[in-house]
Ligand binder design. Structure first.
Ligand code: BTN
Length: 343
C-alpha cells in the first residue's frame, strides 16, 4: 500500500512511535529501561511496547530483554530514523523535517508529493527499503532492505531552471566526497552523476524538478547508494557494486548519510552564492570522465561514440565527435567505450 503523506508532521510516517522508542533505547545504549518506563515515556501500553520491540528485532536491532527489569540495546542501531539522523545533521537545513519509512515505493515520489504540499526547503525523505525505486530513463533502482541509502532531498533553491543541472552535479560530488572520506578509496564520478568505485556504479542520482519557465518551484534530488549489499544480483554484478564489496567491511549508513548531506550542503551553498561554474570546475578536477575519455553516448535521439571535452560553465558535458564537431550534451547516459565498441 502506498503510504499517505500527512503534512505538518515531523516524521511523516506512522512509524513515529517506533522512532521514539529507538531514540529512548539509543540514548543510553547500555542502560536497562523497564517496559513500564518506556510505556509511560512514549504514552502507550506495555503490550504495545512489546509489539514494537518485536518489530525492532525483525528489523535487525539487537534489543536484549531482561526478565523483570526491562530492555536495552547493545549499540546504537544503524537505522536511518529521524531521531538518530537529526543528531548528526544538527545545524544543517536537513535536520528539521525528516520523513522516514521502513518501506515505501519511492522516496522521490513521496518528496515530489511533499513539494506540492508546501513542505519546506531541506525536507528529507529516507527509506530502509523501496519497492519501486526509480532510476534514470525509467530504470528501477535496486533497493534492498537496510543495505543501502535511499533518500530524497526537497530543495527550493533561488536558481533559474537553466542552473538546475548543477544541483545534480553537486549531489554527485557530495556522494563522491562522502564515499572517499568514509572508505579512503578514490571514488570516480561519471557525468552527470554516477559515483563509481573500481569502475562499477555505487551510487546513482535522480533529480526531478517542478518549475515555471523562469523560476524553480522545487527540486527533488534522489540519491541511491549501495552500502552493505554482500553481493549484487548477477544481472548487474559486472556494472554495479557496493561499498561493502569494495572494502570488505560493513559500513554505518547513518555516518555515511550524514557525511553526504554535510558535503552536499557545502556544494549547495557554493552553488547558490557563486553559480554553477565552481561546481563544474570541481567536477572537471575529480572526474576521469570529464575530459579525454572515449565514451559511448546514449541520448534520446541517437547513440554514438565520441571523446569527452570538458564541461561548460553551467556543468553540461562537451563531447568531440569523430568528425571533429564539438557538441554540448544536456541530458544523456555515457559509458566508457570498450575496444569492441569502437568497431
Ligand atoms: C540512476 O538511475 O542512477 C538514479 C538512481 C536514483 C535512485 C534513488 S534511490 C532514492 C531515490 N528514490 C527513488 O525512487 N530514486 C532515487
Amino acid at each position: 500500500m502506498t503510504p499517505r503523506i500527512i503534512s505538518n508532521t515531523t516524521t511523516g510516517t506512522t512509524d513515529r512511535q517506533l522512532d521514539a522508542l529507538l531514540a529512548l533505547l539509543s540514548d543510553k545504549p547500555m542502560l536497562v529501561i523497564s517496559g513500564v518506563k518506556i510505556a509511560s515515556e512514549i504514552g502507550v501500553s506495555r503490550s504495545t511496547v512489546w509489539r514494537w520491540i518485536t518489530r525492532l528485532r525483525e528489523l535487525g536491532v539487537r534489543v536484549k530483554g531482561h526478565p523483570r527489569s526491562g530492555y536495552h540495546i547493545e549499540r546504537v542501531p544503524d537505522i536511518l530514523v529521524p531521531n538518530i539522523l537529526r543528531r548528526g545533521l544538527a545545524g544543517t537545513p536537513f535536520a528539521r523535517r525528516i520523513h522516514h519509512f521502513f518501506k515505501v515505493d519511492s522516496t522521490n515520489r513521496i518528496a515530489l508529493e511533499l513539494g506540492q504540499h508546501n513542505e519546506p526547503h531541506g525536507a528529507l525523505v529516507v527509506a530502509e527499503e523501496q519497492s519501486a525505486g526509480r532510476g534514470r530513463t525509467g530504470r528501477l533502482w535496486l533497493s534492498e532492505k537496510s543495505n543501502g541509502i535511499y533518500m530524497s532531498i526537497l530543495l527550493r533553491p533561488q536558481l533559474t531552471p537553466v542552473q538546475a543541472p548543477a544541483l545534480t552535479l553537486a549531489a554527485g560530488l557530495a556522494a563522491r566526497d562522502a564515499v572517499t572520506e568514509q572508505s579512503g578509496l578514490q571514488a570516480d564520478i561519471r557525468w552527470p552523476n554516477d559515483v563509481l568505485l573500481n569502475g562499477k556504479k555505487l551510487c546513482g542520482i535522480l533529480t526531478e524538478m517542478y518549475s515555471e519557465p523562469d523560476r524553480i518551484r522545487f527540486v527533488v534530488v534522489g540519491i541511491g547508494l549501495n552500502v552493505n549489499h554482500a553481493k549484487m544480483p548477477a544481472a548487474i554484478a559486472n556494472i554495479a557494486t557496493s561499498l561493502r564489496i569494495e572494502t570488505g567491511r560493513v559500513h554505518e549508513r547513518v555516518e555515511l548519510l550524514v557525511r553526504l548531506l554535510r558535503c552536499f550542503e557545502s556544494y549547495y551553498n557554493q552553488l547558490c552564492t557563486s553559480g554553477p561554474a565552481p561546481i563544474a570546475a570541481r567536477f572537471l578536477e575529480v572526474s576521469s570522465y570529464a575530459t579525454g575519455k572515449r565514451v559511448r553516448v546514449t541520448a534520446a535521439q541517437e547513440t554514438f561514440l565520441c571523446t569527452t571535452a570538458g564541461l561548460d560553465a553551467s556543468g553540461l558535458l562537451r563531447v568531440k565527435r569523430d568528425d571533429g564537431r564539438v557538441e554540448t550534451l544536456l541530458a544523456a547516459d555515457i559509458s566508457e567505450a570498450t575496444d569492441a565498441a569502437h568497431n
